[in-house]
Design a binder for this molecule. Structure first.
Ligand SMILES: [Zn+2]
Length: 325
């Protein structure tokens, strides 16, 4: 019997409103770091339990203790300062990392959270890191002579953390590079940095890449030294599948079937249809089914409902094709 169509998520889960309030109160000095962390641990446990209840097979810690995906790591590395708030879009402000010296890993950044989440479930928890190219691209640089020099130091730091996650027992290590699809001319640099970041890893490696200019970066993207590339398939109505017919996708795919920018809950039929279309170009053992991107922009309830439909759709296709987990 063929195996495949494993269910997972891209990484982030929504922070419940109580946790957002606690984070704001902590920022104003109204509660202690210990109070905030106690709450983050409680919500992480709730998030792991919810993933088990939904029936997901490869879980995440939900990243409820992270602000954004670059600043979280920058705050924990040597060589980085954090800027005053800069405007991103609309009236949203965020604090951007600035390289002010040689970037180095100082110590574990995610390992304790990974161990905690893994202690709560027998199912595998993915280690989740932000990739060196994206860390570089989303930071200011006041130290390095070139973007490459900065990316390679970041790659060494990410590699140390990835190896620490692997030593702790992580079987899946995801190193996200959402920025890769934005500047096609830098793809070779991103690939070199990624190669350094995964050096020595025997765990399954995954990277999430946001939707972008695939006319230019595909199939060169397949040169990334990674086992699985996770892509946003649903929000472009699976148009990438047509590309894969002409230029075969040679890796495992994280096959996004939930549009994370929409409140609408997908129907089971449309997800079933998307998975059937994936099976026309890829064998089931190379397909992992998940949402298009992180779920942090949705509410907890929307995330749960979308994921429940996703799991039901996978079960239907598995039954129809005789595929087991
Ligand atoms: Zn994305």
């Amino acid at each position: 019997m063929p195996r495949g169509l494993w269910t997972t998520t891209v990484g982030s889960f929504p922070k419940p409103p109580e946790l957002e309030r606690a984070r704001n109160r902590f920022a104003k000095g109204e509660i202690s770091a210990e109070d905030l962390e106690r709450m983050e641990r409680e919500e992480t446990a709730r998030c792991v339990k919810m993933q088990e209840e939904i029936g997901l097979e490869i879980l995440v810690d939900g990243e409820l203790y992270r602000g954004d995906m670059t600043t979280y790591f920058a705050e924990r590395m040597a060589g980085y300062a954090i800027s005053n708030p800069v405007r991103s879009y609309g009236n949203r402000y965020y604090r951007k990392p600035v390289a002010v010296g040689a970037i180095r890993r100082k110590g574990a950044m995610t390992v304790e959270w990974w161990k905690y989440a893994q202690s709560l479930t027998p199912k595998p928890i993915k280690g989740m890191l932000t990739g060196p190219y994206t860390m570089m691209d989303w930071s200011f640089n006041e130290h390095y002579p070139s973007r490459e020099a900065m990316a390679m130091d970041l790659a060494a730091a990410v590699n140390e953390e990835a190896l620490a996650l692997q030593d702790a027992g992580a079987r899946y290590i995801q190193i996200d590079e959402p920025a890769i699809s934005v500047r096609p001319e830098e793809l070779p640099l991103a690939i070199r940095a990624f190669g350094r970041a995964v050096q020595g890893l025997t765990a399954k490696t995954i990277t999430h890449i946001c939707y972008g200019n695939f006319d230019v970066i595909y199939p060169a993207l397949l040169d990334l030294p990674v086992d699985q590339i996770d892509l946003e398939m649903a929000n472009s109505r699976y148009d990438l599948l047509e590309r894969f017919r002409a230029q075969p996708f040679t890796k495992e795919i994280g096959f996004g079937v939930l549009d994370v920018h929409s409140h609408r809950v997908e129907t089971k039929e449309e997800i079933v249809d998307g998975i059937r279309r994936a099976l026309e170009v890829l064998p089931p053992e190379r397909i992992y089914v998940d949402p298009d991107c992180g779920l942090k922009t949705r509410t907890v309830e929307e995330s749960r409902r979308k994921l429940e439909v996703m799991v039901a759709a996978v079960r239907e296709v598995r039954a129809e094709r005789g595929i087991t987990a």
